[in-house]
Design a protein around this ligand. Sequence first.
Ligand code: ATP
Ligand code: MG
Length: 434
Amino acid sequence: MRLSRYFLPVTKETPADAQIVSHKLMLRAGLIRQTAAGIYAWLPLGLRVLNNIERIVREEQDKAGAIELLMPTIQSADLWRQSGRYDAYGPEMLRIVDRHEREMLFGPTNEEMITAIFRDAAKSYRDLPRTLYHIQWKFRDEVRPRFGVMRGREFLMKDAYSFDLDEEGLRQSYEAMFVAYLRTFARLGLKAVPVRAPTGPIGGNLSHEFHVLAETGESQLFYDAALEDFSRQELLSADKFTIARLTDLYAMEAEEHDKVARCPVPSDQLRTRRGIEVGHIFAFGTKYSESMGLSVQTKEGETVHPHMGSYGIGVSRLMGAIIEASHDEGGIVWPEGVAPFKLGLINMRADDPACTAASDRLYAQLEEAGVELLYDDRDERGGAKFATMDVIGLPWQLIVGPKGLEKGVVELKHRATGERQELSPESALARLTS
Ligand code: ATP
Ligand code: MG
């Protein structure tokens, strides 16, 4: 992609209304644009990142055996009356009336809809267990939308729903999702701490939130320092034993921690930090299958209400969380897996024919080799080009300048470490395509 033909509204100024670094950087790097309170347009560069996050989330859901479908954003109020949540949900629900005076709503979540879909299709134990998921826009009319995409009103969520014959089945489905979450966050370059979540009035339920540790997080956490010791490799190859080790360790939100009579963690082992909730898994049993009349026949001919769980990931919030966890003074530092392009190619002197010819050649060769790159071919000062590349945070920069070319070299810069290396255009090409 040539920057001269791209749509990348990068700004130098720090937007006044943005309070946290990820929000500032998302605006400065031209990733998003606010169109109404808590509602954002995803600009081309931001959309590429969003698609990458979504792809990783999807791959891990599929790997865990979940099956993708797509439910609509608009739902009928009647569906929500069946579970009794229509009145209970409150002002966070955006209620809509259509031309026939039918009550509709913009879905804040999909338990009711998926239960109805599954109810009308599943008849017997052969139809279970199943976990279904979709990645769809949600709307919640948050009182205080803030921090950019972190707490938006319209946001992208992956929500999965599991159906099992009994509690033991539900526990296994829950564990499979737990593993998928550990792998997903590790692949996104994040350290996410599983925190025991309060399960509300129905006791005995199982629920965990996954928090990315960051100063700007909205939740205050207390946890065992040992939770920080799990390596990326351990999380990528997590199994039920990893989960057992993780969930044995103490981790609570401040409100819950305050209720604990005696904290089991010695004070020198206890950490307190702020966290951003990027995922939430919840085994709630027969709550919706009972209220919405979902039942199936067991092998023995008995009629039972399936045990259900729901599993959310904040796909759009994750973009903010990744930036909170990975940036420096210069701007964003994208982890490789989510970067909008792998490489930024910089032509230092667009007015110098030799420099432009060398840059054009490299661009053509890299494109040919399938490297995703953004080519800064604009007639701009080198300093401005460096600043742009740094703020948008592509993992690698390849810098072509007249002085280097005289010596037969170009410069390869690693964004995360700032390390620079001079090498011939041929070896640069080989390095970037290997
Ligand atoms: P929060 O406590 O942050 O409001 P929640 O408990 O309401 O979150 P869930 O209903 O569990 O969230 O939704 C699943 C995931 O969706 C959350 O873990 C979070 O990552 C994301 N999410 C929820 N609300 C928002 C929002 N307003 N903007 C962006 N992402 C959100
Ligand atoms: Mg909420």
